[in-house]
Write a protein that binds this ligand. Structure first.
Ligand code: ATP
Ligand code: MG
Length: 555
């Protein structure tokens, strides 16, 4: 293997650890989601980082569910997380773990710490414990039971496990240092009582380990070498190391490394807030295409490649920042530009009758499937006497900058013919119902043999063979770039009332007949679209993934 030139400080650290011969020169990472919600684009960054980094160094990655809080966790989330990680293109092979797998071992280790005089049961209330923890500049106050004997602590801890105490009555704390400048070292909680069944262990336990107590030990038992987490855990690192030092039975040591979490403009990323959006009906579900969840992005038409590429582009840093959602959109555009099949779809149809076109002719024109990729070939698009164009491509009284169709003006129908508008037909209320145009049979394919130029090329659909469909347009879910960043205002106040627009009277060329959910298309001139998961052959539904160009605020 060629030597790896580190691209970020995490890779740099790994290169150094390998050079120093640490942990038998192994690289083993883990992705440790808590199954209390669906994964979002921030998790995708972490997944790409953990799986991608291990792969780069010839290592492996575990998937581990951090299921230490039975109150908020559900198997629905476990299933969705596995689906999303796989969809992103990563595989944990047979290395699927749960923190709950270690409940017995964690209990035994807690007993061991009690015996060593390094853990004790505290009967003070949560409030008192927090209060007595002090401040970074003022030492904490020791609990009255801090120095009780290991025998006493052991007996009480066993009673805690046996259910003899109520929730909140007592906790197990590590005995570390009540005057440490690091607040997390001031006798942190190890266990609390929760009389709740667990999604995997059922009623076996009524005491549950705290994240800080479970996480490092899980890493240790799985042989994790690099435990990558977000910046807020930096201050937990001494505690992580303290537990591991107490546990150690060899030279092997996992190393915790922190990086900045991903934030994206115009959305929220906290699982609690995403849950609120779902539960209170502001969006349809976790996979609503407006959600920053992985399943939402998938349903919207994002590809795994585009998300992986995005994760790569945002890079790994130690400073918190906010990434413009436009970068994510750039990544999907790039990907779909190369790969998406082009088709024509009219979303706001205006009927055109080609008065000089023969009746009953079934003609087809040749269209390019993807100008970026010749190997995708061509297709036949039916043409007919009656066609639809986009209503906004016609103006009865055109402004000076309007080059599209207008009375007396000529335009090109993409891949087909030049047409000229001769007559505007209206209903009694003055609304335009159809246009009468003539086509020039000499311009088949879209070019005039006499070299005559037109200033506009329109997309169109032949009425006879068109399929009707519904098209859903999405805009930002929030009107403010930082909906979470206002002290005096709730993020919900910034919900965009126009984040979803449903166009139910659209026509699309018959090429898409038989299409399946999540297939990506470019609708010529309109953007990238993908087949919705609710779409059927009776009712075709498309989601706009992203517009063709970055219209900045107007996506
Ligand atoms: P939340 O605080 O919204 O509930 P979390 O961080 O608690 O999210 P976990 O399920 O614990 O969610 O996260 C699993 C992994 O994903 C962790 O290693 C965490 O650091 C990482 N992660 C979570 N959110 C982000 C983010 N926005 N950017 C990068 N990594 C993230
Ligand atoms: Mg977490």
């Amino acid at each position: 293997m060629d030597p790896i030139v580190p691209k970020n400080f995490i890779q740099q650290q790994i290169v150094e650890d390998l050079a120093a011969g640490k942990n038998d020169r192994k690289v083993h990472t883990r992705f440790p989601p808590e199954p209390n919600g669906y994964l979002h684009i921030g998790h995708a960054k972490s997944i790409c980082l953990n799986f991608g980094t291990a792969k780069l160094f010839g290592g492996i990655t575990n998937l581990r569910f951090d299921d230490t809080n039975p109150a908020k966790e559900e198997t629905e989330y476990v299933d969705s997380i596995m689906e999303d990680v796989k969809w992103l293109g990563f595989d944990w092979d047979d290395r699927l773990y749960y923190a709950s797998d270690y409940f017995d071992k964690l209990y035994d280790f807690a007993v061991e710490l009690i015996k060593r005089g390094k853990a004790y049961v505290d009967f003070q209330s949560q409030e008192v414990i927090s209060e007595q923890r002090g401040t970074p500049t003022r030492p904490g106050i020791e609990s009255p039971t801090r120095n009780s004997s290991p025998e006493t602590n052991l007996r009480i801890f066993e009673d805690m496990k046996a259910g003899k105490y109520n929730e909140g009555e007592c906790v197990l704390r590590a005995k570390i240092d009540m005057s440490s400048p690091n607040m997390h070292m001031r006798d942190p909680l190890m266990y609390r009582i929760l009389k709740q069944p667990h999604h995997r262990t059922g009623d076996k336990w009524c005491i549950y380990p705290m994240y800080d107590y479970a996480h490092g030990q899980s890493d240790y038992w799985e042989g994790i070498t690099h435990s990558i987490c977000t910046l807020e855990f930096e201050v937990h690192r001494p505690l992580y190391n303290w537990f591991v030092e107490e546990l150690k039975d060899s030279d092997y040591r996992p190393r915790q490394i922190e990086f900045s979490r991903l934030n994206i403009t115009s959305t929220v990323m906290s699982k609690r807030k995403l849950l609120q959006l779902v539960k209170e009906g502001y969006v349809k579900d976790w996979d609503d295409p407006r959600m920053p969840t992985i399943c939402g992005l998938r349903r919207r038409g994002y590809t795994p490649e585009s998300i992986r590429n995005f994760a790569d582009m945002v890079g790994i840093t130690k400073v918190d920042g906010v990434t413009d959602v436009a970068l994510l959109e750039y990544c999907i555009r790039e990907d779909l530009n190369r790969r998406a099949q082009r088709v024509m779809c009219v979303t706001d149809p205006l009927k055109i009758v080609l008065t000089n076109y023969p009746e009953g002719v079934a003609e087809e024109v040749d269209a390019v499937n993807n100008p970026e990729d010749e190997s995708m070939g061509k297709r036949k698009v039916p043409f007919s006497k009656v066609i639809y164009i986009e209503r906004e491509d016609f103006m009865e009284e055109p402004s000076s900058k309007f080059y599209r169709l207008a009375p007396g003006k000529e335009v090109r129908l993409r891949y087909a013919y030049y047409i000229r508008c001769n007559e505007v037909i209206k209903d009694p209320n003055g609304n335009i119902t159809e246009l009468h145009c003539t086509y020039d049979p000499e311009t088949k394919g879209g070019n005039a043999p006499d070299g005559r130029k037109v200033k506009a090329t329109l997309h169109w659909v032949a009425a006879e063979s068109a399929l009707s469909c519904e098209v859903r347009l999405y805009d930002r879910l929030f009107t403010d770039p930082d909906p979470d960043g206002h002290k005096d205002k709730d993020f919900l106040e910034f919900l965009n009332p126009e984040s979803l627009k449903v166009l139910s009277n659209c026509y699309i060329e018959p090429f898409v007949n038989g299409t399946t959910p999540l297939t990506n298309y470019q609708f010529e001139r309109l953007g990238y679209f993908s087949v919705d998961t609710d779409s059927t052959s009776e009712k075709l539904v498309f989601n706009r993934t992203v517009s063709l160009k970055d219209n900045s605020k107007k996506s």
